[in-house]
Design a protein around this ligand. Sequence first.
Ligand code: 13P
Ligand code: SF4
Length: 349
Amino acid sequence: TMSVEDMEKAVLGIKKRLGNRLYIPGHHYQREEVIRFSDVTGDSLQLAQLSAQNREADYIVFCGVHFMAETADILTEERQTVILPDMRAGCSMADMADIDQTERAWTKLQELFGDTILPLTYVNSTAAIKAFVGRNGGATVTSSNAQDMVSWAFEQKERILFLPDQHLGRNTAFDIGIPLNAMAVWDPHKEELIHEGDIEDLKVLLWKGHCSVHENFTTANIEALREEQPAMNIIVHPECRREVVAMSDYAGSTSYIIDMIEKAKAGSSWAIGTEMNLVKRLIANNPDKNIISLNPNMCPCLTMNRIDLPHLLWALESIEANQTINPIKVEKKMAADAILALNRMLERA
Ligand code: 13P
Ligand code: SF4
């Protein structure tokens, strides 16, 4: 086995030899040992935009999770190869909406509401779901453009189906003025709509999915903090539950959180409700501020964490050996439908 220093040297050597033929995007939730070798870092929207723009790399080694690598493959050219350093780097939220469940839900919802619904999907979804949304006239959204995209959707249709994160869907719809009683949850296991009041009044149909990392932040965490440290600013990701976002001071995407912390006054105090690798990095990069995790027992996103230095090196060595591991290739027809949904978003961003 190699020492960490030898692995780092090997990664740097391969990066140097491959030059612009290699591109390494890294999501903000990646481990420090990996993100330090990425060519760019960003939130989901930025990484999708950057992949769509890069036409010179032959190999894109994506440091993030599977749905991000699929999106990069869809948005790059056929000759460009996207590699995910560890195939186990999935996303439990994306896995909560499978395509067969979604097609069945769509049929039932059309029976209930006719042709009044536009599907939207958070980019945290499989390529199959993006393709479903694309062929039905809808678009993808990210946490940094969700309000704009939901408003756009209501210009097209009376109702939206929001996949797969109920929390981002609910938080966004609430922010643009839709009352909670005009929202219902579609349970894909029971195959039923959970709602109060008249079905005719429903505007937002939320898929019953969530992020297991962000559901760990609770109103109890906030109550405890407000009591013990009332000067703390609380900032959370909109994948947190509605009650948690409602009690926080600020909510936004990973890039929004980073911007807010970086421009905050020296000496200010922040409790952050998002993934731990990012919180740790913000603590390290902002020694003049007092930063903690909103939940003291927080863990990193386990699937993001699967991309570590040995896997990154393994992926890079496979390129030089001409035996690339883990290529992510979305099937052509699926990619053609999915790109419709992605482009409806990217055109507006
Ligand atoms: P953003 O970087 O777009 O805020 O996404 C957060 C996330 O959960 C990615 O999996
Ligand atoms: Fe998926 Fe949540 Fe991990 Fe993001 S943080 S990759 S949404 S499980």
